[in-house]
Design a protein around this ligand. Sequence first.
Ligand code: AKG
Ligand code: FE2
Length: 358
Amino acid sequence: MSSTLSDVFRSHPIHIPLPSLPDLKSLPDSYTWTTKDDLLFSASASSDSHESLPLIDLSDPHVTTLVGNACTTWGAFQITNHGVPSRLLDDIELLTGSIFRLPFQRKIKAARSENGVSGYGVARIASFFNKKMWSEGFTVVGSPLHDFRKLWPSHHLEYCEIIEEYEEHMQKLAAKLMWLALDSLGVKVNDINWAGPNSDFQGAQAAIQLNHYPICPEPDRSMGLAAHTDLTLLTILYQNNTAGLQVFREDMGWFTVPTVPGSLVVNVGDLLHILTNGIFPSVLHRARVNHIRSRFSMAYLWGPPSDLMISPLSRLVDPLQSPLYPSLTWKQYLATKATHFNQSLSIIRNNMSSGQIS
Ligand SMILES: O=C(O)CCC(=O)C(=O)O
Ligand SMILES: [Fe+2]
């Protein structure tokens, strides 16, 4: 029987403490970051005003080329005219705010269990860092009913409906973006046998990660969510009207993603990087915080069926060279990521080139 995303996460528990964001005028040492805690912590922010993350109107006649260029150069872009109703985005913001504004005692009723996946807690990546991040999170994998009932005993159903409606839109949008990105490389429907008879990736799996970054007394010395790449094919992110997300370009440093009302941010994840044999970079990104406004974000983390073999598409591999990456399932990749975090891609690439593919 094939495993669900919940099973996969559950088999790689990450023991993480619950957040207890200090309500202080200055930052405690446990929340103070330097380059010792994250090599790229102080990497400069780009001052090149000519470059900025591409903003793509999905109704543009050249959309395939625009998406292809953005994926190749940045591994990320923002989209407008994406078909997700603005009313639904408002609902998402309301839902996210409603969860995180609950008293801590209520939120911990829905705390993620030791080896669980859904519920309230810190980001999964927290265990890879010595310092604490200035954020709290809530993960939804599968139905949120069980957890939402603990948060709102009497009106959880309306919040469940928002998640359900959002997931429906996200599934369609993720499939559309995937085809635009692949089409830009000349990949055809027949090259992806798991896309299904309607090419809509019905077997895809997803998780939703809600993030809250409270107002912080010393934002320059703290970190909302440390630099990481996503373990997905694609991630679609909604952010409220407060900037904080930054993406990294090897050649230029950190770029802050501007907030564009009604837009969504799209990130190439590790698996799409593998599938394209490294043509699309998996974008390194992080979230910074500020001392004026709290920030919310909602990430839709989209990937393949967890037991399906993913390998570089033969159409994208030079026939005279071997592929950069071995075939592996999402489940296997998650196991690598749970141990090696940001080194995972280079580890599997090196294993491949030295012939030790496990
Ligand atoms: O909050 C953000 O802007 C980034 C969130 C993120 O990267 C994630 O949840 O994986
Ligand atoms: Fe992320």
